[in-house]
Design a protein. Structure first.
Length: 119
């Protein structure tokens, strides 16, 4: 099996950038977790291994919360109605995601070319 190491490296860099943007407050934890989940396969990382599994859990537990352009399309009254629920979901994501972001950045810095055995 051959790997495109450049593509894998760019995917891993995007994961680190996304994790850092969440820690810096430039991105929300729900949206950032979804982005990281979308990059895990390209980065050749296992979804169910720590620390990456936490992003999968956040995505799963908050999949009812619209973000980004999807949320922008919601009716203003609905946004007001659901704002408290969405804020609670974001707080949940942040409370679990901060540690996962730090661990992910460290793991990828320490293991830049590690691949799980099953990949």
């Amino acid at each position: 099996m051959s790997f495109d190491l450049s593509y894998i490296q760019k995917s891993r860099e995007a994961i680190v950038e996304t994790a850092q943007s969440m820690l810096d407050g430039r991105a929300g934890y729900i949206e950032g977790s979804r982005r990281i989940c979308g990059l895990l396969d390209a980065a050749r990382l296992e979804w169910l291994e720590p620390p990456f599994v936490m992003f999968v859990a956040i995505d799963s537990e908050t999949d009812h919360v619209p973000v980004g352009k999807v949320r922008d399309r919601w009716h203003p009254d609905a946004k007001i109605k659901f704002a408290p629920e969405w804020a609670d979901a974001e707080q949940y994501a942040k409370s679990h995601g901060e540690v996962a972001c730090r661990q992910t950045i460290l793991w990828l810095a320490e293991h830049p070319f590690d691949f799980p055995a099953s990949s």
